[in-house]
Design a protein around this ligand. Structure first.
Ligand SMILES: NC(=O)c1ccc[n+]([C@@H]2O[C@H](COP(=O)([O-])OP(=O)(O)OC[C@H]3O[C@@H](n4cnc5c(N)ncnc54)[C@H](O)[C@@H]3O)[C@@H](O)[C@H]2O)c1
Length: 349
């Protein structure tokens, strides 16, 4: 079978640590082109992966041989580059948050539909082993009703992650649009939707308390009411200075599920009966990982192209997770509980 020819646009940290190595490890893929506005980065990655370097993504779109594009760019570029790529007949894997507004997300989804191309959003939390097992466990009904939850994603911030360090786009509001909520909160909004269904209302404080010289948020605490009536909290932070927290706890009628809440056991279930079940499972990825990891995002995207299946996280799914964080921002601004529209929509003040 002919290999899928891929171009990776943006050669920063997520491209170098996840997309490029995971495409290279996939036998069905050839990395044909790489692009970065900083020429030396494009050349370095082109050399490493035996691909052609570009500094403008538009040049790649004219190449009929390219089948698929990974969008690994600052948030404000996700929508324009994804839409252009879909309209040029390419499948797209776009990083999160998928866009900076619902209008943009809708246009991305429309472009995927009319061009009959795959659009997947890189919400890798759904592929984490403990999260997948929790989904099965909750679906089995073994733990009875869900009462409540808390989910958290926090680390020290993108200074040590982004290829541009403290000068990163992550801290510039016009390029990032959101801070910790867009970087980390949207992952947990997507996870909680995946595990527990849709969020119906949110109350939030989305603040900038830890970082200087940035107007984006770095500390957010949200309360969610789910359509099922379950209430819980989501926190997203760039202020956890010495340790990451990527944990989720789900409180159920017959026990408590802990996910990524113990360095030794990715999944722990403590039953009301006193029985305990601890599972090691594969480790969740972290910004501090030294060696290669597999997020399964790239393999899943490639499989959806090869088998012509619907990817687990479509643009429609990405848009619903985006809507949750936009509604949290709205709640924080208006100091009111915000209802989340059933069909994602612009929230007018
Ligand atoms: N899925 C995850 O867990 C995860 C983790 C980290 C980052 N991300 C997402 O990945 C995206 C990229 O983040 P990153 O951490 O790689 O950032 P980064 O700062 O490390 O890299 C961004 C790269 O984009 C390049 N760039 C900027 N404008 C460009 C343009 N017009 N054309 C071509 N290249 C351009 C920059 O030169 C830089 O090399 C963001 O949306 C971020 O939210 C996802």
């Amino acid at each position: 079978m002919e290999k899928i020819k891929v171009a990776v646009i943006g050669c920063g940290s997520i491209a170098q640590k996840r997309h490029l190595p995971e495409y290279e490890a996939n036998p069905q893929v050839e990395i044909a082109a790489v692009c970065d506005i900083k020429e030396e980065r494009a050349i370095e990655m082109a050399h490493k992966y035996k691909a052609e370097p570009f500094t403008s993504y538009k040049e790649i779109l004219n190449n009929k041989n390219i089948d698929a594009i990974s969008v690994c760019l600052p948030n404000y570029l996700h929508a324009p580059v994804t839409i252009d790529s879909l309209n040029a007949g390419k499948h797209v894997l776009c990083e999160k948050p998928m866009a900076v507004s619902i209008e943009e997300a809708k246009t991305m989804n429309h472009s995927a539909r009319v061009n009959n191309k795959k659009l997947m959003i890189a919400h890798n939390q759904r592929f984490v082993s403990s999260h997948k097992r929790a989904k099965q466990l909750l679906g089995s009904g073994e733990l009875g009703k869900v009462y409540s939850f808390r989910t958290t994603f926090g680390h020290r911030g993108p200074e040590k992650w982004s290829i541009d360090g403290s000068n990163s786009w992550f801290f510039r509001k016009e390029e990032a649009f959101v801070g910790a909520m867009g970087d980390l909160g949207v992952h947990k909004a997507d996870l909680i939707r995946y595990l527990l269904g849709e969020v119906s209302e949110v109350g939030a404080f989305v603040e900038t308390t830890a970082k200087e010289n940035t107007a984006v948020d770095d500390n957010a605490v949200c309360i969610f009411k789910m359509e099922s009536g379950v209430v819980g909290t989501l926190t997203a932070s760039w202020s956890y200075v010495s340790e990451n927290d990527n944990s989720t706890v789900i409180y159920c009628e017959k026990g408590i599920i802990q996910l990524e809440n113990d360095p030794d056991y990715s999944l722990k279930v403590h039953y009301q009966s006193g029985e305990k079940a601890h599972f090691e499972l594969d480790k969740i990825q972290s910004n501090d990982d030294k060696g290669p990891t597999n997020t399964h995002v790239i393999d899943h995207f490639v499989e959806s192209i090869v088998l012509d299946t619907v990817p687990l996280i479509t643009g429609e799914e990405g848009m619903k997770s985006l809507q949750v964080i936009l509604s949290a921002l709205d709640s924080s601004e208006t100091k009111k509980i915000t209802s989340i529209p059933k069909e994602p929509a612009h929230i007018s003040k």
